[in-house]
Design a protein around this ligand. Structure first.
Ligand code: SF4
Length: 381
């Protein structure tokens, strides 16, 4: 039986091999089974965002299908070169709410912490692509000093969200160091990790990675699956490892035209996430105003029609909340269809999941506390 050191070395060799045999630079597009015209278009389109995808993720692509939903997420497309009016470098104002480098503090009880601006896979739709290009730096202990000092000085912060860049693209040693430094801040209760690694590089979810994150803090891993084709034996094993470690698993997807903008695709994705991976579908994001992404954005009305149909097909636990992360740091707001048709005081007319409207009259008694205090008051008079 291999000892732990040997097992860790074998596990690390597997994911490192996956990375090595994948696409790591634009020049690696040469190795993919693209036609000369497709390759030239992809190389030209890579001008505004880096290119990277591990072999395991590339292996999911059906290269005979130019509209393959996995391919659409990682192979640059000419649409990226067309920047539409209204698109933004920083769609949700990360920088405007950044009091110190590598930290965004938009809501009182939580912060985003950016330990790295590098990822295991570069998604074409990424709304942080400008930061990944312009900042691009990886993790150093010193780079996080001001951010950790800021968290220490703000006792209202309960949750630290590691995002980026992809935090799970870091080595175990760096992850353990970061988790340990956050854990040492007594008022922090929860460590959240936003990552595409379980999707695109599932072999990276090793016992060593899990051990690096385990400790005092409740850990929530928010994965980013966008299509049921991303759910494989390998991603299932990765999510099982994370679940068995005691981590809470949630998923956020982005609604992407040509990738997952159909009821059938979203239904299958949400069911497989919950039933096969044990990952709760959490958010379905409307496409942010990231530059060069107009070709992948749906309208909000299209998104609402999709989630209305999903709501009728899926149980509550399988249904994500359709949200828009507002520009200027307004936060994520639910933008699903409204089921209230009319309200007249405490009388409501609401549309059911079957599409029929029904009346609902509120029946609200006085609280027991109110009744007691009134009788007390009358007894005293
Ligand atoms: S892994 Fe996340 S941060 Fe990195 S490119 Fe993809 S969406 Fe952006």
């Amino acid at each position: 039986m291999p000892d732990l050191k040997e097992a860790t070395a074998t596990a690390d060799a597997a994911w490192q091999n996956d990375v090595r045999q994948g696409v790591r630079h634009v020049r690696d597009l040469e190795r993919l089974p693209l036609s000369p015209a497709e390759r030239a278009a992809a190389q030209a389109a890579a001008a505004n965002h880096k290119v990277r995808a591990p072999k395991a993720y590339l292996d999911l692509i059906d290269w005979n299908d130019p509209a393959d939903p996995i391919r659409a997420q990682v192979i640059p497309s000419p649409g990226e070169l067309k920047q539409a009016e209204g698109e933004l470098d920083d769609p949700i104002a990360d920088h405007a709410f950044s009091p110190v480098p590598r930290l965004t503090h938009r809501h009182a009880d939580r912060v985003l912490l950016f330990p790295t601006y590098q990822c295991a896979v570069y998604c074409r739709f990424c709304f942080r692509k400008e930061s990944l290009t312009s900042i691009a730096r990886g993790y150093t202990r010193e780079a996080l000093e001001p951010a950790l000092a800021y968290i220490s000085a703000h006792p209202e912060i309960r949750e630290v969200i590691l995002t980026g860049g992809d935090p799970l693209s870091l080595p175990d040693k760096a992850l353990a160091e970061i988790a340990g430094r956050i854990e040492a801040i007594a008022h922090v209760r929860l460590l959240r990790i936003h990552t595409r690694v379980p999707v695109a590089l599932p072999s990276r979810i090793t016992p060593g990675l899990v051990a690096a994150l385990q400790g005092r803090l409740m850990v929530t891993v928010v994965t980013h699956f966008n299509h049921a084709r991303e759910i494989t034996d390998a991603t299932e094993a990765a999510c099982r490892t994370l679940r068995l470690a005691g981590f809470v698993l949630l998923n956020q997807s982005v609604l992407l035209k040509g990738v997952n903008d159909s009821v059938e695709v979203l239904e299958e994705l949400c069911r497989e996430l919950m039933y096969r991976l044990g990952v709760k579908p959490y958010y379905l994001h409307h496409g942010d105003l990231a530059r060069g992404m107009a070709h992948r954005r749906t309208t909000i009305a299209e998104g609402q029609a999709l989630v209305e149909a999903l709501r009728a097909r899926l149980s509550g636990i399988c249904n994500p909340v359709y949200v828009l992360d507002l520009p200027e740091g307004g936060g994520k707001v639910p933008i699903g269809p409204c089921h209230v048709e009319v309200r007249d005081g405490q009388r409501w007319r609401l549309r059911g999941l079957d599409g029929k409207a029904r009346d609902y009259a509120e029946v609200v008694g006085e609280g027991e506390g109110a009744a007691v205090s009134r009788s007390d008051a009358s007894g005293a008079s």
